[in-house]
Design a protein around this ligand. Sequence first.
Ligand code: ADP
Length: 478
Amino acid sequence: MIKRGIGRQIVLHYFIVVFVTLFMVEVIFSLAIRMYYYDTIKNHMYVHSTWASDYFQKFVRLNAERDPDYFTEMLRTFELDNTELLILNNKGEVQASSSGFQADKAIQTSDVPQAAAGNVGTWIGRQTSTGETVMAVSTPLQVRGETRYIVRYLTSLESVNSKLMNLTLVSVGVAGAVLALVTLFSIGLANSIVKPINNIRAVSAQMAKGKFDVRIKGNYKYELGELAATLNYMAQEIVRSNQIKDDFISSISHELRTPLTGIKGWSETLKLGGFDPEETELGMGIIAKETDRLIGLVEEMLDFSKLQQNEMKLVITVVNLKEILQETMLNVWAKAEQKGIQIKLDDHIERGIYVNGDGNRLKQVFLNLVDNAIKFSAENSWIHFVIKQQSDTQVLVEVVDSGIGISHEHLNKVKDRFFQVNHQGGGTGLGLAISQQLVELHHGQMDIHSELGVGTTVSVMLPIHEIKDEGEVSSPDG
Ligand code: ADP
């Protein structure tokens, strides 16, 4: 017995469809072959009876009443093998019979009245005397348009019926074999579907319980293969994002602890009192700087969560892109100076370039990119801001550094949230993810090209609002 489920449904489906089809074919076949045999017999008798009728018209008609022996002559001429030939009068009384058997009662089967009425009559039924199934064909023999006699052929259908029965039995046998084959085939098909499904279900149940190291094994085909591959990929991604989350928690704890330790240390020290103003100012300065760092961290996380929930609201105006880049450079100047890094703007557009955007958010993007460039560049190196017109509608800003670079393996992951090549470097791994989403909110595109040990170029493409000479006043938009 097949268990309840898809397997049983498939087998049942096939069985019912094939069974109904075979049943119909069987019925049609039996009826058609029966009709064919019966029609052949009927036609055979009919043709002979019309010949007999013609013969009667030509030779017997005038003399029949006077000399009934003419009928005997007729019987001899027209009798057929395995068939009884009778001449009846129009009341159905037997005048002559090829078998010599003369029934004492008039024959009343439906073919006789039909023939008496001038038509050819056929009757199939059971003969009471022998119990056999027979077929009778009766044709009128007419004198001056009036039926006087009837020529009646009568044959047994027993041997035909037994032939038909044999044929039906053979065809039922063939149909049964076909049904058995189809059932076997459908069981095979059901198993080929159900087994992988059960395997996939068992493995996914383990995944649902949190075991993401299990994988669906087996080389499944088509949709099942795709399903297995998707589930395996999902498990792999869950493992990866769990790893990223763990890394994030550890790096964020570290990021929070460092400034907090500074703040706690200095606040406890200053609480003791007795320091000169210079020392007090130094301590207070460190507390303020570390607090800013903490605020920056928290803001980064808040931005990220806003972006994730599509709640980031941009204040869109027409902004001067070059101004934004210059302000960004000014903001990081001191930090770059500390490492002896030179920052330069390569301006390939002579005129002012304006984009529709949120000035603060665009500045946040470039600050993050240049901040990374400083963080991952060696001392006394350089960073270039390149601005050029990419097409009539697009402006390209590149932040190029000659820093440590990113390996090919890590390159397509650096834009993922929380991803960091090295967790010791500080940061949250959110900067590039946030920047990417902010650029996309500006209908732009951000790409990273990098070579390990050579340097990194981050390019930001933005749609141009307009290009015009510096000094012209742009009108606020949006
Ligand atoms: P964070 O800077 O806080 O770590 P980001 O999302 O800004 O996070 O950067 C993710 C990672 O990408 C960094 O940790 C670093 O490994 C790599 N990265 C980003 N910018 C650069 C760069 N200019 N040079 C080398 N590596 C970089």
